[in-house]
Design a protein. Structure first.
Length: 408
């Protein structure tokens, strides 16, 4: 057997150093009270928002109670027919004129119909939904049309039967998906969570780098490990924390939405969830090393915001493009920008959730994102290596030439 190469021990030491830094970052962040309380509050907000949405959502199977006074009761068949055609169930409740106001204020009926001249008066407490108003208008017009037909000696029932036999068939070139609304909701949630995680964990990397510089801890660390190992471990550790957070938010959100009846746990929802985790990793790899390099350029916490401003603007631009694409995920904007790193990190999971991607696009954009992230990691590593031990006035991104820092 040949003797082991010198590269193998170096590789093992590199992995060990990176793992130690990553574990330190994970323990430092996960074990803090602020981390635990902050995530508990955020998860509670997710559950509360979904529960509130479910409570405020109208149940289509619950009939709308309509009070009728006097001759308004004659509108009963027309109201039922109009409601059926507009997917609204109507329940009539006969009332006297004196009891109408009390029934409205006690929310026993949504609206009261009373005869008024040749037409009818609809009285509501606070508001009248457009759907219910359309039902009432249709019923009143049907009654007026029936009276006009009788005056001309025409049987309204015969006209209704003739109209029922004439049907309209609608055909779509691209039939809408049955779960289109749910896909849109998932896409919106994906965009929001990815934005928060990418910008939040990116800033955590930058502030962590500056904290080590101001406390002079980095000098002790670099006495034992190489700068690139420290950079890699920090980015990996914070990224793992962000991935765990995102996974927890997704599991809780999907479970709460399914429990509240807002979402069906179909394969599409599961695929969207898994793809979100994968694209978060790719997006974080792109941005995390850049945030670390930006943090290494400054020596004070108050300078972090200015150093990372270009990156923060980039993430905000990613979010803005994704928000504009939620309503039209298959449009030209989404389709073109999804091929451009790092926009693909937030647009591709959106498109996957909407079901408008192809395997070629998924694989192609992922490989392009990974290749770009690798190149940026090499460049950011050089900036970090040259700047991590420099203190004083902040360095520009194109900063001065400096010899790489090596461990003592």
């Amino acid at each position: 057997m040949s003797a082991p190469s010198q590269a193998e021990p170096h590789a093992m030491r590199a992995v060990t150093a990176i793992r130690m830094v990553a574990v330190r970052e994970i323990r430092t962040r996960v074990m803090t009270r602020a981390f635990v309380i902050g995530n508990a509050v955020f998860i509670a907000l997710i559950i509360g928002a979904l529960a509130l949405t479910a409570a405020l959502q109208d149940d289509p199977n619950t009939p709308v109670k309509v009070g009728v006074v006097g001759t308004a009761a004659e509108l009963g068949p027309a109201l039922t027919a109009a409601g059926r055609s507009l997917d609204t169930r109507i329940a009539l409740r006969p009332l006297t004129s004196g009891a109408a106001a009390a029934a409205l204020s006690d929310d026993k009926v949504k609206v009261v119909l009373e005869p008024r001249g040749e037409g009818f008066l609809a009285r509501a407490d606070k508001r009248l939904s457009p759907g219910l108003q359309a039902v009432l208008t249709s019923a009143v017009q049907q009654r007026a049309a029936a009276q006009a037909l009788r005056a001309q000696g025409v049987d309204p029932a015969a006209v209704a039967r003739a109209a029922a036999r004439s049907t309209l068939t609608v055909q779509f070139l691209q039939p809408p998906k049955k779960d289109a609304d749910q896909r849109t909701a998932i896409a919106f949630a994906v965009v929001s969570l990815l934005y928060l995680q990418l910008i939040g964990n990116g800033m955590a990397v930058a502030t962590g780098v500056v904290e080590e510089k101001t406390s002079r801890l980095v000098e002790l660390l670099l006495a034992a490990i190489k700068p690139l190992h420290l950079l890699t471990g920090k980015v990996v550790g914070i990224g793992m924390v962000g991935l765990m957070q995102l996974a927890a938010y997704g599991v809780v959100g999907l479970g709460a939405a399914a429990g509240a009846g807002l979402l069906d746990l179909t394969s599409a929802a599961v695929v969207a969830f898994i793809s979100t985790l994968g694209w978060y990793v790719l997006g974080y790899l792109f941005l995390g090393v850049l945030y670390a390099a930006a943090g290494s350029l400054v020596s004070k916490q108050e300078e972090v915001a200015s150093a990372t401003a270009p990156l923060s603007v980039l993430v905000i631009a990613m979010f803005a493009v994704a928000q504009a694409s939620v309503s039209d995920p298959s449009g030209n904007l989404s389709n073109i920008m999804s091929w451009i790193p790092p926009f693909s990190a937030i647009l591709m999971p959106l498109r996957i959730a909407a079901g408008v991607t192809t395997p070629v696009q998924v694989v192609g954009t992922a490989l392009l994102m990974l290749a770009t992230s690798t190149v940026l990691a090499l460049l950011a590593g050089k900036v970090y290596q040259a700047s991590i031990l420099r203190t004083g006035k902040g360095l520009p991104w194109r900063g001065r030439r400096a010899r790489p820092v090596t461990p003592a």
